[in-house]
Write a protein that binds this ligand. Structure first.
Ligand code: 5RP
Length: 256
């Protein structure tokens, strides 16, 4: 007999879906005429892309989108959002993206969808990086609930796996979805592989990130440290917009 999800799991998922919809709408409202807008990847960012498309249709907004994945590009085209198609521009006004974990200092783990490389490049040139998350994504320390995705050059994956295991992680090569036991490796938009590294709660993510970046064969890791300027999230029945003053730390929270 097929596995039936229990009522609590269904209710939790429905609540998360509603939170995602509300945070995505709130983020899309920050997009204004003339902006270059980074379009993130994943289910919450996709809702924001849909809401931006709606604003273009409703208000005749003129914007240019910078996509972070092939899936987002396809969605943006369907939504009528004009895209920068070749390389990433050196300046993006505002990027809206999701995350897999957020800690109280607004540090992130990203890459659940395997798009972390382009997401990080776009984030790095964004004046504002607005992260949209449902309430389940908050953690005390990065690594608490989610394995850290590390993008690697395919020929180097066993080498990098060995080095990451020596840092104390349980390291798994991500497999393509839907291939069952015969599945080959998941291949990113840039033609690389992903290693998912379970490290447990990270007390010093900056140091760990620097160590991982030094391993030959690593292209990028999924920790986004000191990059998010805003987090829009759900807390209870409220939608909160937390803004970080980039120099002085986390400052203001507005209930929307
Ligand atoms: C993709 C990402 C996504 O933003 C992250 O996985 C969150 O996705 P979702 O909104 O579906 O939970 O980093 O690489």
């Amino acid at each position: 007999m097929a596995h039936q999800p229990d009522a609590l799991a269904v209710a939790t998922q429905n609540r998360a879906d509603e939170e995602k919809r509300r945070v995505a709408l709130a983020a899309a409202a920050l997009v204004s005429d003339g902006m270059v807008v980074g379009l993130g990847s994943g289910s919450t960012a996709a809702l924001a892309v849909g809401a931006i498309g709606q604003r273009i249709r409703d208000f005749g907004l003129h914007i240019v989108g910078v996509s972070t994945s092939s899936a987002t590009s396809q969605l943006a085209i369907r939504e009528g959002i004009p895209l920068v198609t070749t390389t990433v521009p050196t300046r993006v006004d505002l990027t809206i993206d999701g995350a897999d974990e957020v800690d109280p200092a607004m540090r992130l783990i990203k890459g659940g969808g395997g798009c972390l490389l382009r997401e990080k490049i776009v984030a790095s040139v964004s004046t504002r990086l607005v992260i949209v998350v449902d309430s389940r994504k908050w953690v005390g320390h990065l690594g608490e609930t989610f394995a850290l995705p590390v993008e690697v050059v395919p020929l180097a994956w066993p080498v990098v796996q060995d080095r990451l295991a020596r840092l104390g992680g349980d390291v798994r090569l991500r497999l393509a979805k839907g291939g069952g036991s015969q599945a080959g490796p998941f291949v990113t938009d840039e033609g690389n592989y992903i290693l998912d590294v379970s490290l447990g709660p990270m007390l010093h993510p900056e140091e760990l990130g620097a160590q991982i970046s030094q391993i030959p064969g690593v292209v990028e890791h999924g920790m986004f440290l000191n990059m998010a300027t805003d987090v829009i999230t759900a807390r209870g029945e409220e939608i909160e917009h937390i803004q970080r003053e980039t120099i002085t730390g986390v400052t203001g929270t507005t209930v929307i």
